[in-house]
Write a protein that binds this ligand. Sequence first.
Ligand code: BGP
Length: 468
Amino acid sequence: MTGFPQNFLWGGATAANQCEGAYDEDGKGLSIQDVLPHGFGPWTEEPTPDNLKLKGIDHYHRFKEDIELFAEMGFKVYRFSIAWSRIFPDGDETEPNEAGLRFYDQILDECEKYGIEPLVTISHYETPLHLAKAYNGWTDRRMIQFYLNYCRVLFERYKGRVRYWITFNEINSILRQPFMSGAIMTPKEQLSDSDLYQAMHHELTASALAVRLAHEIDPLNKVGCMVVGITVYPLTPAPDDILKVMEIDNDLYFFLDVQARGAYPYFAKRRFEEQNIHLEITDEDREALKNTVDFIAFSYYSSNCATCDPTLGEPSRSNMTPELRKNPYSSVTEWGWQIDPKGLRYTLNRLYARYQKPLFVAENGLGARDRLIEDETGNLTVNDDYRIAYMREHIAQMKEAVHDGVDVMGYTAWGCIDLISCSTAEIEKRYGMIYVDLNSDGTGTMNRYRKKSFDWYRKVIESNGEIL
Ligand code: BGP
């Protein structure tokens, strides 16, 4: 196949905490994002007015307009997350909050109106804050049950309306961001490897049980895992650098092997022994893990290099992982994230080679500063040729991967409408094809404007990726 399959799912992706706002409306409880005004950290005791996510881009009240714009671009799929704390404000209740469920009924109504397939992320970095405070997040085994109660409510309520699910956004990020990803309050420096990996194990078990539950409730459900597609090259051909990259790759395969193959990988034993990690893994857990996912989703923004020689290379700012090095062959975004379209083809191929499961590019895009200008007809717009170039090159490489024989199900451009960034909680870092009039001090009309990339992406979808 040289082009995209006919049923290829083109669309865009958002997350509740980055776009909805309305952080305390209709019975919503606090989520960990409501106390993270600056992105990764530090957290505050209470929500503070400088936290742009509290208002978001007001998608909670403007979702009809937003989904109409997505439809105008021709979206086949809309990936969004459900805010867990809208459904279970504290997370450990037994009965859900009806108003929260009704909100997502309405989102689904809009998707159906335009024939847009929903792809729902069940947990996207927005665990109810109470679960962090009362249980120390995923370090506690009881989280599995809370999460499954939540999943059951979603699977039953939206049965027949949602077919594609992602259990956890970027599940492997728990190793780097235990609070945002795992709702773990223990500061990272004080968190033992055993506790961290135990939390990982609880999440992986919960994810597998959610796959089983989804299939039981509706055999038509397709459930995916999702990882941050860390793509790392050796900085030099030194064998030590090759082995270092192998270890980094294993960090990723740890999560994917469990979710896609149903058991911990062969290298887990040595790693656990050497890092003095003692996990409680029951026979029941091992059985549960056998429920593997239907597809593998991942985010891909950049690639990095690694070396064992600390005197070589420059630190990379991509994905905020300072021990990684810059690739001298890559350009960088304004936020220092390296741009490597061919890395997407490589990532798709290596994941497919290992797992042979359908792959979904669930996030990709360029975070950049945009300038709203008036075009020749007097309309306000953004000339974001840089964004078009980024997306064009990545989509072209994805097409190469399809040609290589990789089964790619879909592509959802991250932050298809401008939203609050995850790592730095700012609005200046815009990914959208739709501009939102919001400033960093929280002022702005919240009006939406089509950028140049809006029309470009519309044509990409219309031509099924033939016109790039
Ligand atoms: C991913 C997250 C998203 C998103 C994206 C871009 O890791 O899943 O939520 O925001 O990164 O990152 P940022 O917003 O920090 O630019």
